[in-house]
Design a protein around this ligand. Structure first.
Ligand code: EPZ
Length: 463
């Protein structure tokens, strides 16, 4: 059994020579063993980090259960602590956050977190409400597209924030109480919807948000805010109405399970001809994924008892090719795209995948090609409706011809989800691969993944 090696944000960056880091940030994977066994998923990374930010809005402590031990949580915790929020994590991964003494943090201290995550931008509203000003460092996050923050800034300005952009970060101030707005998002962006929710709840008056994102993690954030005393109505057709209130208090919340991690292990089961029971996974938020999984030829069984989950397996026989398009919820989530593409390299025939959320989310396929996968990228919107990236020179559609026998390679992980896909590819390939960058990237979003791989019988080792 391998030790839990989840990373921490203060780890030294690896030394990189000849393209590969020389530190021990590498996993040696002996491929070809089907993954078999059981793992558990905790609260969704993309809710937990936002719920942690929401705690700043309260004037009493909040408690968040089932928090995953991942480095993105460490980063947000570090930021909260810098702003005077006292945090304690108990042995069962319950996080208590006490925001009664929120303070202005030093720019130099905040800049330590520059480039580490995209979450800091969501602190704007809460800090403006609590302190009247905020400093936000330059953002990080996966390099999967331009990832502008224009929607965030336009909305904040309409609420009444004054924004001063500097080379190292942004200074914001609220000369007076922020005022509710009427705002239509150009695209149903997850982060911008969260920004507007986290700002509108304590703004004066009503905010009406149109073309909002309605991902399950956003609905769960709305549940958190409602527990805190907010008044938020989710109407049909992506319209959310928020009645600002004068104060919010702390919450106690158990987050929705991580549907991205669930989909990642499900794809790993399929690609390695294995069988994985994901305890904690829930059907409702996985519906679109489950339909695709079944179309490809994967099997699953749902246990919706009190401590249930979903069992995913390869039932034998040939996998079928499919035409997919990623989209905002309730469409197929973009974060499921990479693990599914690895599984599709094993399907018999031509699959088409049209990525409509991010313009550069196929970079990782270069490594899969190096391993023997037959994947061609196209600039056109293949197989579906035209999207924002068509005719704009972005390689955002892929044709995968399968099945391909993948063979081992040295792989450099480019980002979080692509990294897990490289790992799946290495697990299903013939021979011994070295996957570099696992601690730096995969531990951002996958808890205890060394231990989980060991529990599933993967043949992996740390050199
Ligand atoms: C969230 O990113 C997630 N991150 C992503 O997961 C996820 O892929 C994405 O939502 C889509 O579901 C977190 O929750 C921390 P967006 P976010 O704003 O909020 C454009 C992972 O691995 N846009 O919905 O940053 C943007 O460029 C990560 O866990 C603007 O144009 O995504 C993109 O094309 C990766 N202007 C689209 O909207 C803006 O101001 C969707 O982005 C904001 C966004």
């Amino acid at each position: 059994m391998l030790a839990n090696r989840h990373s921490s944000f203060d780890r030294n960056p690896p030394v990189i020579i000849g393209g590969f880091p020389l530190s021990n940030d590498v996993l040696v994977v002996h491929g070809g063993t089907p993954l078999k066994g059981e793992i558990r998923v905790r609260g969704a990374k993309n809710l937990v980090s936002k719920a942690m930010v929401a705690a700043v809005l309260g004037d009493t402590p909040s408690t968040l259960h089932d928090v995953p031990a991942i480095s993105d949580v460490d980063i947000v915790r570090g930021l909260l602590e810098l702003h005077g929020v006292r945090t304690t994590m108990s042995g069962d991964q319950t996080l208590r956050m006490d925001p009664t003494n929120v303070v202005i943090a030093g720019v130099d201290e905040i800049n330590v977190h520059a480039g580490s995550s995209r979450i800091p931008i969501l602190l704007c509203g809460p800090l403006l409400h609590r302190l009247g000003r905020a400093y936000i460092p330059n953002l990080g996050g996966c390099n999967i597209g331009g990832r502008p923050i224009d929607f965030h800034l336009n909305a904040l300005r309409e609420f009444g924030a004054v924004i001063d952009k500097q080379p190292d970060g942004m200074h914001l101030s609220a000369p007076q109480r922020l005022q509710g707005i009427k705002y239509t998002l150009e695209y149903p962006s997850v982060g911008s919807t969260e920004q507007i929710l986290l700002t509108a709840v304590l703004a004066e008056g009503v905010t009406e948000l149109r073309n909002a994102a309605v991902e399950p993690e956003i609905i769960d954030l709305i549940c958190v805010l409602q527990k805190m005393g907010a008044i938020i109505k989710v109407h049909t057709d992506r319209v959310i109405e928020i009645e600002g209130v004068d104060r919010l208090h702390g919450y106690r919340h158990r987050p929705v399970p991580d549907r991205i991690e669930t989909g990642s292990w499900a794809a790993a089961a399929l690609a390695t001809h294995g069988e994985v029971f994901v305890r904690g996974a829930q059907q409702a938020d996985m519906m679109t994924f489950l339909n695709v999984y079944r179309s490809i030829g994967g099997a699953f069984d749902i246990d919706d008892g009190p401590d249930g989950g979903i069992r995913f397996w390869h039932p034998g026989g040939e996998l079928s090719p499919v035409a997919l398009e990623t989209d905002v919820h309730p469409g197929l989530m973009t974060d499921w795209q990479q693990p599914l593409v690895v599984a599709l390299t094993q399907a018999h025939g031509l699959s088409i995948v049209h990525e409509t959320v991010y313009e550069r989310r196929f970079g990782y396929t270069a490594e899969l090609r190096q391993m023997g996968a037959n994947i061609q990228l196209y600039r056109e919107c293949l197989g579906g409706t035209p999207c924002r990236w068509g005719r704009r020179n972005f390689l955002h559609s892929a044709v995968i011809a399968g099945p391909s026998q993948l063979h081992a390679a040295d792989l450099q992980i480019p980002d979080l989800r692509a990294g897990f896909s490289h790992l799946i590819a290495a697990l299903s390939a013939e021979g011994t691969s070295r996957v570099f960058g696992v601690d730096r990237y995969i531990t951002r979003g996958y808890e205890d993944f060394d231990a989980k791989l060991a529990a599933l019988g993967a043949s992996v080792e740390r050199p």
